[in-house]
Design a protein around this ligand. Structure first.
Ligand SMILES: Nc1ncnc2c1ncn2[C@@H]1O[C@H](COP(=O)(O)OP(=O)(O)OP(=O)(O)O)[C@@H](O)[C@H]1O
Ligand SMILES: [Mg+2]
Length: 246
């Protein structure tokens, strides 16, 4: 889809939208029907996140944390409910429009890094930029700047597989930033790292939040890290049990 079409589609689908809101989740439900039976993974979940907020999502295993993140990241469609990112009604878009909005407005960071190991760090970081239509020169420049800001510029020609876990996660953070996204989604970004490295990665997310005013949603099992975010949403059995500032 061309840029103009995205803009046109946006104005059609935009709700009356408060400019300080990055994300609005309304009555979101997700039901999985698998061979094991019917699972209500999310049951009528609603919340809003302001631009620049750093929010943690916590709760026991199976409470629906990843499901929320996957819906917000438009990796999957909900059974019912709505999600607005920058006022765009995400699930009113068709799959290809959704892919465009996802690529430009959402940065993803996963527990297992999800980097492409057969190519270099720099190429991993710039790939979402190229997909978004950036020129190679611009993508190179932006990737180098971000890698420098995250302290891993010297690794740019290496393959991710040759880096430490913490360095790989920094590459993933760099990749999540290439298109200057509205929201960064991180599903247990420190889950595969030792305590010290996990804290370093977390500090980097905190720096992005405070210094660069990024909107970040992070799923974590680590209560100390959760308490260091601006606000925590506690899920249990697919429902919000608590939503409070820290
Ligand atoms: N693709 C799927 N098909 C069927 N059920 C699913 C699917 N994905 C998730 N579920 C179920 O939905 C519920 C919520 O899962 P989810 O992955 O969101 O939990 P979580 O809070 O992220 O857990 P964890 O902390 O273990 O990562 C669970 O009962 C899970 O088994
Ligand atoms: Mg999960």
């Amino acid at each position: 889809m061309t840029k103009d079409l995205v803009v046109e589609k946006r104005s059609q689908n935009e709700i009356v939208h408060d400019d300080s809101t990055a994300l609005k989740v309304e009555n979101l439900s997700k039901i999985y029907n698998s061979t094991a039976g019917r699972v209500v993974a999310l049951d009528n979940v609603s919340f809003s996140i302001k631009k620049g907020e750093f929010v943690s999502i916590i709760g026991p295993s199976g409470s629906g944390k990843s499901t929320v993140l996957n819906m917000v990241g438009a990796l999957d469609r909900p059974s019912s409910g709505k999600i607005y990112i920058d006022g765009i009604d995400m699930f009113s878009l068709n799959d290809s429009e959704l892919a465009t909005v996802r690529n430009r407005r959402i940065g993803f960071i996963f527990q297992s890094f999800n980097l492409i190991n057969r190519t270099t760090v720099q190429k991993n970081v710039k790939l979402p930029g190229i997909i978004a239509g950036m020129s190679t020169d611009e993508a190179d420049l932006r990737a180098d700047k971000i890698l420098s800001a995250l302290g891993i510029a010297d690794k740019k020609n290496q393959k991710p597989v040759n880096l430490s876990g913490g360095q790989q996660q920094r590459v993933a953070i760099a990749r999540s930033l290439i298109n200057n996204p509205s929201i960064i989604l991180a599903d247990e970004p420190t889950g595969n790292l030792d305590t010290k490295t996990g804290e370093d990665v977390f500090d980097m997310l905190k720096m992005l939040s405070h210094k660069f005013k990024r909107t970040i949603i992070m799923v974590t099992h680590n209560p100390e890290l959760a308490e260091s975010t601006d606000r925590s949403i506690l899920l249990r059995d697919g429902r919000i049990e608590k939503d409070a500032a820290n």
